[in-house]
Design a protein around this ligand. Structure first.
Ligand SMILES: Cc1cc2nc3c(=O)[nH]c(=O)nc-3n(C[C@H](O)[C@H](O)[C@H](O)COP(=O)(O)O)c2cc1C
Length: 407
């Protein structure tokens, strides 16, 4: 199975299935000497872990990370970092009923079409559980990015009919839905519990703010910053759409309404004066906050009876038991931050490589200039010497070798 690796200079490869003994990640491209704060990694894991509140799945996983390579005496060695996370509470028997039946909206159908084999226990590799490994890697990327002052803040913007009207970053981790609006958060929670009580599930919108990015990150054509972020974020299960800045609303605006005008920036220099573009122009960061939103679908595993078919094509009625998230948004929040951190660290390393090679080019150009100047001086000296020897020649006492002079 291909496509388990993500990133170029800084890359990760995740492994493991929902009900296997472990899931984990191998991280490559981390510089040596970076202090690793294990508690900070664990804090990120706890934000994603199942069983954390009344609006997430009841599966109980401590999601304790075990670093088995690449870190020595609390610092990275530069070698690949391998992280293991034990699956402690799988309950595979809950999935026996799903072995022969296609769960509407889930990945078993396409996996079977592609591979003719599917680890149905907990959704195998298609499970949201795989994202625990991404969060562990993202926590390390965040630590590597700390000296640059880059911050990642995701939150739940909308669930069902309830949309946050204010953004209070400090409130996000203080409520189980990770909403940014203290007035709306209880309404969202109530709504999720009501829908779950009906045996159904609900989708929503997760918003991500990326601040402190330097201007100039990303590339103009295939590796645009928005394209790279979209790749990382759309690879999260259940994420069905992404928009930057005004996003889909931009399609209904006039140019004069959409354009961010340039002017004198508060911090000095020139900058866009508004941010409808969402911090990215031509695929390259403007230095403003990158603002993006993710459409998250309702989880497909619901108790409500649905008509489906078994592998033989026989119609059956399916009511999914087991433990499932009634809404994925609160758990997508830390996963989205992690994926964005992986993308940004990779692009930053690419940018540094470009700057380093530019520095090297500048040095070479300087040395060539110096060599040219020395050559000119030597040539001048040579001409003066042959001039003096020419005077001897005209007095009939020349020792000059004719061939050498011609050369
Ligand atoms: C953190 C997280 C938790 C998830 N929990 C569930 C769940 O409990 N039940 C479910 O049916 N799908 C859940 N999903 C979604 C499935 O993984 C996803 O729908 C499935 O892989 C199919 O992919 P697609 O929806 O992108 O087509 C979760 C996804 C994430 C990221």
């Amino acid at each position: 199975m291909a496509g388990n690796r993500f990133g170029s200079l800084f890359s990760i490869m995740t492994f493991g299935e929902s009900h296997g003994p472990y899931i984990g990640v191998v991280i490559d491209g981390i510089k040596p000497g970076l202090p690793i704060d294990l508690q900070e990694i664990q804090r990120e894991m706890n934000r994603r872990r199942p069983g954390q509140s009344r609006v997430t799945t009841a599966r109980q996983e401590a999601d304790r990370v075990e670093i088995i390579s690449g870190v020595f005496e609390g610092k990275t060695t530069g070698a690949p970092i391998c992280i293991l996370i034990k699956n402690e509470d799988p309950r595979s028997k809950d999935y026996t009923a799903l072995k022969e039946v296609f769960r509407p909206g889930h990945a078993a159908y396409t996996y079977l079409k592609k591979y003719a084999i599917f680890d149905y226990r907990g959704g195998g590799r298609a499970s949201g559980r795989e994202t625990a490994a991404r969060v562990a890697a993202g926590a390390i990327a965040k630590q590597a990015l700390k000296p640059y002052g880059i911050e990642f803040r995701a939150f739940t913007r909308k669930i069902g009919p309830w949309e946050a009207q204010t953004v209070d970053y400090d409130f996000i981790e203080q409520n189980p839905v990770r909403c940014c609006d203290p007035q709306i958060a209880p309404r969202m929670e109530e709504y999720i519990r009501q829908i779950a009580g009906e045996g159904d599930s609900v989708g929503g919108i997760v918003e991500l703010h990326l601040s402190g990015l330097p201007a100039g990150l990303g590339d103009p054509v295939f590796e645009k910053l928005d394209a790279e972020l979209a790749h990382g974020l759309m690879s999260i299960g259940a994420v069905k759409g992404i928009e930057f800045g005004e996003g889909f609303r931009a399609a209904g605006l006039k140019g004069s309404e959409m354009n961010d005008l340039f002017g004198a920036a508060e911090a000095g220099g020139i900058a866009p004066l508004s941010n409808r573009a969402g911090g990215i122009l031509g695929g390259i960061s403007t230095g403003q906050t990158v603002v993006l939103r993710l459409a998250v679908k309702p989880p497909s595993s619901i108790k409500k009876a649905q008509k489906t078919v078994d592998r033989q094509g026989k119609e059956v009625s399916l009511s999914i038991e087991g433990r499932h998230d009634p809404c994925i948004c609160p758990r997508v929040v830390p996963v989205a931050e992690a994926m964005a951190a992986l993308v940004i660290l990779d692009l930053l390393l690419v940018q540094q490589a470009i700057s380093e090679s530019k520095g090297e080019m500048d040095n070479l150009e300087n040395e060539i200039g110096l060599a040219d100047a020395q050559l000119l001086l030597l040539l001048q000296k040579r001409l003066a010497l042959s001039d003096r020897s020419g005077k001897f020649r005209s007095a009939g006492r020349s020792q000059a070798k004719k061939e050498r002079e011609a050369e």
